[in-house]
Every structure is written in C-alpha cells, then in structure tokens.
Design a protein around this ligand. Structure first.
Ligand SMILES: [Zn+2]
Ligand SMILES: [Zn+2]
Length: 352
C-alpha cells in the first residue's frame, strides 16, 4: 500500500522539521502566528504555539514546556508578532501533557491570562502533578504493568519512568472549562472547541469555520500518529475514543491543519483516512500475534510487534509506552470480539 503523504502548508517549516532545526516564527495568515517553542529531552524538539490576534492582545493555543528556554522562546516569538507576554489574554490548552500545558501557569502569572482546559483533563491534574497524590498513581501504574506481564526485574523502573519530567510542569488550575461545541468567544474569531478524546481524555481541537483552519493539537499530525494508550488515568477503551474523535474532525471543511508538532499541512480528510488505515494495520498485526501465540501477555505481544527500532534498543520509558499502546489495541480488539482476555496475574490473551 502506498502511504499517503500530506502536502505541507509551509515548505520552510517542513524543511526545518526534517532538517532537525527549529522553524522560524511565521505569520500563518493575517492575525495568526505560529511560534515554535523548544521542548527538552524529546525527539519532537518543539511545540508549535499559535498566537491569535485579538483587539487588545492575543490568545495562544498551547503554551510549551515549563523551562526558562521555552519561556524565552515564547516571549521572543510574541515580540516578532508585535506583542509582549503581558498582552496574552487567554491560553487555550489542547491537553494536559507537559509540552502543551506546562508553561500555562507561568504565562498567566506574567499576564493575568485565563487558562482554558476540557474538564476531563482538568480532573486529572491533581493526581498527576501533586506530590502527595503521585505515589498512588505510580502504584496503579505498577499494578497495570504487572497484569500486562512486564518482567519483575523492570517493573519498578517502568512504573516510575515518567517521574523525571514532573518538575517541568507547574500545576496551574484552569480558569475556564471548555466543553465540546463551546464558542470560545474571542473577539474577531469564530473559534469553536471540538472534544477529541483519545490521546488524552480531555483533548480539544479548535476550529475556525470562517478562516477554514483547524488547531489540531496532538490529535492529527502530519507524519506521526499520537500515542493512544491505556494507563491508570485513561478511560477503559481509549482507542475507541480516539477513532471516534478522528471521525469527528475528518469531515471538517478546512483548508489548513495547524498541529502542535512537526509542521502545518493541507488535506485533513486524507490524513485522517491514513491514520485510520494505520490503526487498522496495527490491529491486524496484533490480532496475528495473539493468533500465533495463544495465551500471550500484553508485554510479550508488544515485544513481537514492529517498532521504529529493535525492541532491545527501545529505552524503558518508551517500552512502557509501547506496552500501554499495545494494551489499548488489545482492549479495542476485545471489545470487538476479535480477541479474548483470560484475567489473571498476568492477563493472558487468546484468539477468539
Ligand atoms: Zn500529547
Ligand atoms: Zn505534544
């Protein structure tokens, strides 16, 4: 099957991405700016923050990671657009992952801006970022991994794998909760929220039908597919949510997709179709592994799949993601009656 390749909306931005550089601040169109904000220790390298001009300042979509470098990049990007950090009136956060949400609190401190988040993500904040609640989360992650058949020798390492990045997120409470279909009420903008759970339970996209653009966050990206995984804070079948959420945006009549990573692109509908096809292939591959290894654990299934590099060279944090992503596919197949789970310590998976 020939893979569909999207058309980049900005050649310069795409070239920066493929060349391993940070793209320039760009005016996407009148009143709308793209500001790359670097993120540490992550192959994605930067998050694209969008600044939407209002009558008396700007609103931004996403904020970046909470580091000094990111804050400086956001401030200087805003200066290129003709604004100061104090001109930010609102921060629309697509979801609570640290590369999007981490800096929101600091922006609010500097500017008095409101922070908007979907209630499903707002509800996860305390457990994820509060020092007293975090132990419970790690315990639940450990139990989940144990049921997946993660070897006892790596269980603790994998369960605590994301703790190292927590200090880069300040726990800002949102000022506004945004639900599916809400009009953001930004002067000069017909911006509407679309709830797109899957990558995160409260992920939001924002569409402007008048300007024919979609701010897609991590929901739809030009080349990579976002991680959709079962974890202690996820709903039971996040992949079902994600695939439904793709359908919710696939038919939108927009000219340009403004994602949070990589580069902006055209042809939303075709990109959505190719992401759907990717998951269908992945589901079929996992179904084959279960059929060929009756009574396999989730972990052993994950080790048998094709990844972007050999399993042995995948670091622990990413192995956990791979495992939890595999679990999301197994759970989806189970709900469709294509595989069967025998609960236990660990759970074993059988062909239907
Ligand atoms: Zn994310
Ligand atoms: Zn992201």
């Amino acid at each position: 099957m020939t893979k569909f390749v999207v058309t980049p909306a900005s050649r310069a931005q795409r070239e920066a991405w493929t060349g391993g550089a940070i793209p320039d601040v760009e005016r996407v169109r009148p009143g709308l700016w793209s500001i790359p904000v670097p993120i540490p220790v992550n192959p994605l390298r930067y998050v694209l923050v969008y600044a939407l001009e209002l009558q008396d300042g700007v609103a931004i979509v996403d904020a970046g990671w909470d580091t000094d470098e990111a804050y400086e990049a956001l401030c200087s990007g805003l200066r290129v657009a003709g604004y100061a950090i104090t001109d930010v009136k609102g921060v629309l956060v697509t979801h609570i992952h640290p590369d999007h949400y981490g800096l929101a609190g600091r922006v609010r401190e500097a500017s008095g801006a409101w922070i908007a988040l979907h209630p499903a993500d707002a509800g996860l904040l305390r457990e994820r970022y509060d020092d007293e609640a975090i132990d419970g989360l790690v315990r639940r992650e450990r139990a989940l991994l144990e049921r997946c058949g993660v070897p006892a020798t790596t269980l603790d390492e994998l369960a605590g794998a994301s703790m190292m990045i927590r200090h880069m997120v300040s726990m800002a409470r949102p000022d506004r909760l945004v639900e599916d279909g809400d009009d953001l009420g930004l002067p000069g903008w017909d911006l509407r929220a679309i709830w797109t759970p899957g990558h995160s339970p409260g992920h939001l996209c924002f569409v402007s039908p008048e300007r024919r653009v979609l701010f897609s966050g991590d929901h739809v990206l030009a080349k990579i597919t976002p991680m959709v995984a079962v974890h202690p804070q996820s709903p039971p079948n996040p992949l079902a949510d994600y695939l439904d959420s793709l359908a919710a945006v696939g038919g939108l009549e927009v000219d340009e997709v403004l994602p949070a990573h990589e580069y902006r692109f055209l042809e939303l509908g075709k990109r959505v179709d190719s992401v759907l096809a990717h998951h269908e292939e992945r589901l079929a591959e996992i179904e084959r592994v279960v059929a060929g290894h009756d009574g396999v654990t989730c972990w052993d299934t994950a080790t048998r799949l094709t990844w972007s590099r050999p399993w042995e060279s995948i670091p622990p944090f990413m192995r956990r993601s791979a495992n939890n992503e595999t679990l999301a596919h197994l759970v989806w197949l189970e709900a469709k009656g294509r595989v069967r789970r025998a609960p236990g310590e660990p759970d074993l998976w059988h062909p239907q």
